[in-house]
Design a protein around this ligand. Structure first.
Ligand code: G6P
Length: 613
């Protein structure tokens, strides 16, 4: 949720740090800061320079003094957890003398206790953050002599909690020490220069050669190389890997916002999720990474899907697909709740963790809880090599490409497509007939073009969004397959436009929420052409009879007596319909947010990856 970047080499660090922070800003954006070690001159020893402000990275760039030079530096973009957004609480944090600077992602759980001890020993605290204790701890150990890495190791031994950190020391300007425990740190290898960051997106402009640290590992990064080691000072060898994401994936590419770009990237994202996985001959899907053979898969009696936010709703669509195609009971649950209710873990249940970022702490902790109790977990994850992907026993990568905007769109769609593949694979080793398998394979292959057709309606949706955006609130309704679509549609609108939206099964309207219906509270209704069409139309009639306005998303035009407006999307196979019904709702939320002047890619109070509880 916060972002870290570090540079050491012959160039001036601050422009590189600022550019890295800009790319990380989607993770957190209430304050930002950088520290560099000013070069040693004949007359002056190396000195730490610090600049940090409440606000965006652009505010930091504006505040940066002209002569802010240094060949080693660390930077941070913050999303407040401990202490309000302010200049003082922004990272980096330093010790009393301003010789040690630390940037940190994660939470130090015993910060209060450490702070009291350090204060008693003379540490002066200037912020309300948990991070500041790290700067004082490292400084206290450095004062005892030894190298920076020894001081960092000693400090981390006293700390309980999660962290990804980068530490700079004016006394040893030839190195930066980084460490990881529960919050990612990746090293970037350049030509006589080195980088580190919390996320590869900050590095791809400079290098494709990266090294992912494991939890409990540290690294000393120097201009000419790096060394990785454990908290007990044991050296570990880490081989670099090559990142395949393009730099261009991190630009808006001519679109007004990342969100709009990512909505339009969905046909390509779906193609990549499907690529090499469809088997037309046997009407099934090949999923190489499940690490489960057909016999093990046949023994599974239940599927439990775990995720947060949109990942949880994508899981609801996934559960529906698995039940329909494989006839295995399946259910999606918020990972954030699951891990706190002492869940019963069963040997014949397959657990599936869903996460775009692969970093969401609640989801990671749920995976760890399942594994602690002997359960088997698959990951449906977009970010290769992420914490959740590595914690799982096997799984599927989405290959949707990087998603930068906070609200999920293409990763959501690709997740549901991945579940369709899993359901097809499961189904074909159970009761799904070859004919039905072929039907689903053909349906999946047709999706990218059908999504393109929906995207062509953008102008029409924009006009409708302008009309509906100023409503007091919105109701989203759907039945069975349409209900998770309604939930995700309402979530998208809430997240980025701040218009209150509520999702209900259409069948539940008359059991309560019908009381809310009025001309000020319009309804978005999912009305697929399926066995529930007539019942859905009856519900719309009830809304219209109470002067409610209705925007229907349907497979054929809906009569005026049932809806004021109708968006028609192409028909897929019934099991896959939710994927296409969801696309207009993304555009509706996007254009409503734009019409209301919202900060679409960085909605207030939200961050892309929530790496704390
Ligand atoms: C945050 C974001 C949501 C996202 C959720 C899960 O809460 O604001 O938009 O759906 O995290 O993220 P994940 O990376 O695990 O899919």
């Amino acid at each position: 949720m916060c972002g870290i970047v570090a540079y050491i080499g012959p160039k001036d660090a601050s422009p590189i740090l600022l550019e890295g922070l800009q790319r990380l800003e989607y993770r957190g954006y209430d304050s930002a800061g950088v520290a560099v070690v000013a070069p040693v001159t004949k007359s002056a020893p190396a000195k730490l320079r610090l600049c940090k402000v409440k606000g965006r990275v652009a505010d930091l760039a504006a505040a940066l003094p002209a002569r802010f030079k240094g060949g080693a530096g660390i930077g941070h973009t913050r999303w407040a957890t401990h202490g309000v957004p302010s200049d003082a609480n922004a990272h980096p944090h330093t010790d009393n003398e301003g010789r040690i600077a630390v940037v940190h992602n994660g939470i130090i759980e015993n910060a209060d206790e450490l702070r009291a001890k350090l204060a008693a020993d003379g540490a002066v605290f200037r912020s309300e953050t948990d991070t500041e204790v790290l700067a004082h701890l490292v400084a206290a150990h450095r004062a005892e002599g030894g190298e920076l890495e020894d001081a960092v190791r000693a400090a981390l031994k006293l700390v309980v909690g999660t962290y990804g950190i980068a530490v700079l020391d004016a006394g040893q300007p030839d190195r930066i020490v980084v460490a990881r425990n529960g919050s990612p740190i990746v090293l970037g290898i350049g030509e006589k220069e080195m980088f580190a960051a919390s996320d590869v997106s900050a590095l791809v402009r400079y290098t494709r050669q990266v090294v992912h640290l494991e939890d409990g590992e540290l690294a000393t990064v120097r201009a000419d190389g790096f060394r990785t080691f454990t908290e007990d000072a044991r050296t570990v060898t880490r081989q670099p890997s090559t990142v395949d994401w393009e730099v261009g994936s991190y630009d808006t590419g001519g679109y007004a916002h990342y969100l709009l770009k990512e909505i339009h990237e969905q046909p390509g994202a779906v193609e990549r999720t499907l690529s090499g996985r469809l088997d037309e001959r046997f009407a099934t899907a090949h999923l190489g990474g499940l690490n489960l053979d057909a016999r093990e898969l046949r023994e599974i009696r239940r599927v439990k899907i775990l995720g947060c936010g949109s990942a949880y709703y994508a899981g609801e669509m996934g559960a529906q697909l698995i039940e329909e195609l494989a006839r295995i009971p399946a259910h999606s649950e918020p990972a954030s709740e699951f891990r706190y209710r002492n869940p019963v873990i069963e040997a014949d249940t397959l657990y599936v963790a869903v996460s775009q970022s692969g970093e969401t702490y609640d989801t990671l902790a749920a995976v760890q809880e399942v594994k602690r109790k002997g359960g088997r977990v698959l990951g449906v994850v977009n970010t290769v090599g992420s914490a959740i992907a590595r914690e799982c026993d096997g799984g599927m990568y989405l290959h949707a490409g990087p998603e930068v905007s906070v609200a999920s769109t293409k990763a959501f769609t690709s997740t549901v497509v991945a579940f369709a593949l899993l359901a097809l694979h499961f189904g074909r080793i159970h009761d799904l007939s070859p004919a039905d398998g072929r039907r689903i394979v053909a349906g999946l292959k047709a999706l990218p073009d059908q999504i393109r057709q929906v995207l062509e309606q953008q102008q029409e949706i924009e006009a409708l969004a302008a009309e509906y955006a100023h409503s007091q609130g919105m109701m989203y309704i759907g039945r069975v397959r349409g209900y998770p679509v309604a939930r995700e549609g309402a979530q998208k609108l809430k997240e980025i436009s701040y218009v209150h939206a509520e999702a209900y099964p259409a069948s539940e309207l008359k059991h309560g929420p019908l009381a809310l219906i009025s001309p000020e509270l319009p309804t978005v209704a999912l009305v697929p052409d399926d066995e529930l069409l007539d019942k859905n139309l009856t519900a719309l009639g009830e809304i219209k009879a109470r002067e409610g306005r209705v925007l229907a998303v349907a497979h054929r035009p809906i009569e005026a007596k049932h809806a004021d407006h109708c968006l028609v999307v192409p028909k897929s196979e019934p099991e896959l319909d939710p994927l296409l019904l969801n696309i207009p709702l993304q555009l509706l939320a996007y254009h409503a947010a734009v019409a209301l002047g919202r900060d679409v890619d960085k909605p207030r109070n939200l961050a892309k990856s929530v790496t704390v509880e």
